[in-house]
Design a protein around this ligand. Sequence first.
Ligand SMILES: Nc1ncnc2c1ncn2[C@@H]1O[C@H](COP(=O)(O)OP(=O)(O)OP(=O)(O)O)[C@@H](O)[C@H]1O
Ligand SMILES: [Mg+2]
Length: 210
Amino acid sequence: MLTIKNLSYTYDSISQQEVFKDLNYQFEKGTFYSIVGHSGTGKTTLLSLLAGLDKPSSGQVLIDGKDLTDIGYPYYRRHHVSLVFQNYNLLDYLTPLENIRLVNKKAAPDVLLDLGLSKEQINRNILQLSGGQQQRVAIARSLVSGAPVMLLDEPTGNLDEEIAIDIVRNLKTIAHQEDKCVIMVTHSKALAQMADIQLALEKGQLRQFS
Ligand SMILES: Nc1ncnc2c1ncn2[C@@H]1O[C@H](COP(=O)(O)OP(=O)(O)OP(=O)(O)O)[C@@H](O)[C@H]1O
Ligand SMILES: [Mg+2]
């Protein structure tokens, strides 16, 4: 459903570093993917391109066979994709519940409670929560968005292993039950192994190893 075709990307900066060259891959729906790779190999850059936040230097990103350029980037971002950033990107003057209701007016508090936040915490200001608690709000916001593609950049980096495993199991169930394409970048081998398909990003190429 989400295809990258001959994708190349270079940051327009002094470094002129080519992050990808002729990258090809097809992500399917109903599947949970993990992507591992050393720091600086381009995992976040790849998610930004898949999220339509940035445009390829050359090549294409396609959703259901249509180029994002033709669909329109803002439309794609609004209707097709949700991204959990490495740094959460929550609105810090709002509460967790208000944050998730920004993307889905009808979102129930249960999504936050299921992720282990208390009733009191979900009505507290975001800045009064720990890093791991904020991370769970970011995951909840993605869960309620209803987008068919979910992209998560290191979504469990600040969480205890047990909670992380629980959340990742949850992501896998969602991919299967709601027929979503869920792509998670992680540094944890154990979490990566929970995915249906494990990918490694190395030297600008995606290698599938399970
Ligand atoms: N805005 C930018 N301008 C120029 N170069 C950048 C920019 N952002 C990232 N890079 C470079 O592009 C490469 C890929 O960065 P990216 O953030 O995608 O790596 P990553 O795999 O997500 O790393 P990490 O595991 O540390 O999060 C790095 O070498 C980085 O220095
Ligand atoms: Mg990164």
